[in-house]
Design a protein around this ligand. Structure first.
Ligand code: PLP
Length: 397
């Protein structure tokens, strides 16, 4: 169903928010109806620096004066791609030294799955229940929610889904497996953090059987969880890391990252084993470069920890609410879908934009910009608490 004001735009939901955005600035969206919304989901974990950060805008302007698209990926040397890949390699472990830029998250995962198959010569894949890796066919094949897969079958064969966070299940990862793909925290799965030590066990199992470990940090990356990358909590290094969302500072950009040795396998047999026209767009790379500088300079990962603490002190003791996640990637799990829906609606009417997670209708997503001021954070938390309050009495009776 299309909205009246956009009759020719495809919709994939019968219930789009449907408000028209006039402009966005810092933590705020300004609507054409005169309302101001605090963006408490950062465009789904994208606008970690808020909207239109001045340093990002300046980098975009500078790049506009040099060039836009000039050639398909990899043929010409484009300064903004080179510069950003150098910056990224500097903040990643030495074995993640080779970066392939894409346009989006799902395309990054497509590249990662193909790389794992090409490098190992194997075809089986392991993924986890309630995962979300994107909506193109390969990524959907490793997305652990059957209702999203069924209408689009057949998908990739030989994908095994295991329960996330389950130690015993890892024995299913054997020497026929090309790769295991996992999110450090399952975002769309409802901000689920696996038990301590599980990722270490997964890493060990993958190394023992020669399967590549792909970590999808498309949502968790770039400071959101309180570390620049969430794998830093686990003391492991993946074989392939996938990135997108906040990386582009508001511009579309994704990447799959691995070692130069592994990435070599996409060069030949056949040559150009993975090609993209717009991947690593020069304007997106320029924006990403500025965004990463801001993240590091302003210590936004640490700031995510602080935001998480404020949110926990607001909701941590609320009996009806189960708070999950890490840093500023949190979910409020409420007792029922109707309660969660009502809280989101009330907040929207009172000026705070929240949302659900794709696989968990009871979980409200909290992912504010990481540079949100204390004042705006408190304003939003006050509105959310007030929206939850009426349900306490109801829930306790
Ligand atoms: N992987 C994860 C963990 C995500 O959260 C998402 C998007 O929400 C994707 C992949 C897909 O990214 P994109 O929408 O850029 O294709």
């Amino acid at each position: 169903m299309n909205t009246d004001s956009a009759p020719h735009l495809a919709q994939t939901s019968d219930h789009p928010l449907g408000y028209e955005v006039e402009r966005a600035d810092g933590p705020f969206l300004f609507l054409t109806n005169g309302h101001r919304l605090i963006d408490f989901i950062s465009g789904i974990a994208v606008s970690s620096l808020g909207h239109r950060h001045p340093k990002v805008l300046q980098a975009i302007r500078n790049q506009l004066d040099r060039h836009l698209h000039v050639m398909v990926y990899g043929e010409l040397i484009q300064t903004s791609q080179v510069q950003f890949s150098n910056q990224l390699a500097d903040v990643l472990p030495p074995s993640l030294d080779c970066i392939y830029f894409t346009m989006s998250g799902t395309e990054a995962n497509e590249g990662a799955l193909k790389l794992a198959k090409k490098y190992t010569g194997r075809s089986r894949m392991v993924a986890f229940d309630r995962s979300y890796h994107g909506d193109s066919h390969g990524s959907l094949s490793v997305t652990g929610r059957r209702i999203y897969q069924y209408p689009f079958r057949p998908l990739l064969p030989e994908v095994t889904f295991l329960p996330y966070g389950n130690f015993e299940a890892l024995t299913a990862v054997d020497d026929q497996v090309a790769c295991v793909i996992a999110e450090p925290i399952q975002g769309e799965g409802g901000m689920r953090v696996p038990p301590a030590g599980w990722f270490k066990a997964l890493r060990t199992r993958c190394s023992d059987v020669g399967a590549l470990l792909i970590l999808d940090e498309i949502q968790t990356g770039f400071g959101r969880t309180g570390r620049l990358f969430a794998f830093e909590y686990e003391n492991i290094v993946p074989d392939i890391l996938t990135l997108a969302k906040a990386m582009g500072g508001g511009m579309p950009l994704g990447a799959f990252v691995s070692s130069t040795t592994k990435m070599e396998s996409l060069r030949r047999d056949p040559p150009l084993s993975h090609v993209t026209t717009f991947g690593g767009h020069p304007v997106s790379c320029a924006a990403a470069s500025a965004a990463l500088q801001v993240m590091l300079k302003e210590n936004l990962a640490e700031r995510a920890v602080w935001i998480g603490e404020q949110i926990r002190s607001c909701f941590g003791q609320t009996p009806m609410v189960n708070l999950r996640g890490r840093g500023a990637m949190l979910g409020l799990d409420l007792p029922s879908v109707p309660i969660a829906e009502q809280v989101v609606k009330t907040c929207l009417n009172r000026g705070v934009l929240l949302g659900w997670t794709l696989h968990s209708g009871t979980v409200i997503r909290l992912a504010p910009p990481l540079n949100i001021s204390e004042e705006v954070l408190n304003e939003a938390l006050g509105i959310i608490s007030a929206a939850i309050d009426p349900f306490h009495a109801e829930h306790n009776t």
